[in-house]
Design a protein around this ligand. Structure first.
Ligand code: SAM
Length: 271
């Protein structure tokens, strides 16, 4: 890959998604572009870059962002957040006289849905008869198709306790052998929407008791992180929480949240 091609792709991806691909990502970018060359039947990177400059490239631009984003995720990833939900965030909501027995959560950058369904399992176990909804959003259309299908390979559920799998997943038969689908009662409470975190507001423009925004900020530069945290803060109920990935920290950016525990921040009651 020529320097000019890497720079072009890098700035295009940044402009569209704010994912910042540093020089250390060059090999990764090259490998992922190989997939797009095959999919578009273009022979060289030069042809591909030229195509991206054409007016017909809108769909390809989306596919490019898709292939550049890392969708790795799994059920109950970073379990401390789910323990905190059970042990602190939900009991606090229960104790609030004005809670209206409502507890909405936004899984921002939800990827293929494992995070959103893990939250749903937790809420179903803790507050089954409350009104709650999980909204999952991601920039990638492709990954959201997977999230909505809610169907996962056996590997994805194999580390979950057997009773959790029995209770919350349907085992596939015939052509679906080796797959597990999240049960309907959970799927009914989870919806997925395409959203670029740096541009739009969450679908219902709502306030959330908790926002999970994990393992996505790591791809953004500092000004982008700052802008994103300010945007997310406006969507947290006063006293509600923002969970970030454990490899992410808000230490170097300015924000209005209180640090509660590593990777857990709270919007002040009067903030
Ligand atoms: C590594 S996954 C994290 C999934 C989940 N939150 C977790 O922690 O397991 C990162 C996700 O962020 C999404 N993403 C990247 N840039 C985004 C943006 N600007 N807006 C919304 N989602 C974005 C990617 O498509 C990907 O699915």
């Amino acid at each position: 890959m020529r320097d000019s091609e890497f720079e072009f792709i890098r700035s295009l991806v940044y402009e569209r998604s704010r994912i910042s691909l540093g020089p250390d990502k060059r090999e990764l970018v090259n490998a992922r572009l190989g997939k797009r060359l095959r999919a578009t039947n273009l022979a060289t990177l030069e042809d591909y870059c030229q195509f991206l400059r054409s007016p017909d490239a809108e769909q390809e631009l989306e596919d490019l962002i898709d292939v550049m984003s890392t969708n790795h995720t799994f059920f109950f990833r970073e379990i401390a957040h789910f323990d905190f939900l059970r042990q602190r965030a939900i009991p606090e909501a229960k104790a609030r006289p004005d809670s209206h027995r409502r507890f909405n959560v936004w899984s921002a950058a939800s990827s293929s849905g494992e995070e959103a369904y893990s939250i749903a399992i937790t809420l179903l176990e803790e507050i089954p008869d409350w009104s709650w909804q999980i909204v999952g959003t991601d920039i990638s259309h492709r990954i959201l198709v997977k999230a909505r299908a809610a169907t996962y390979k056996e590997d994805a559920v194999s580390k979950l306790p057997a009773d959790v799998v029995r209770k919350h997943f349907q085992k596939g038969f015939g052509p679906m052998e080796g797959h597990y689908r999240v049960r309907q009662n959970l799927r009914d409470r989870v919806s997925f929407h395409q959203l670029n975190l740096l541009k739009g507001e969450p679908p219902k423009g709502d306030l959330y008791e908790v926002i999970f925004c994990r393992n996505v900020m790591i791809y953004f530069d500092r000004p982008t992180q700052e802008e994103l945290v300010a945007r997310l803060t406006r969507h947290i109920v006063p006293g509600g929480y923002l969970f970030v990935g454990h490899a992410e920290s808000l230490t170097n950016i300015s924000h209005k949240l209180e640090l509660v525990k590593p990777a857990i921040y709270r919007r002040p009651l009067n903030g």
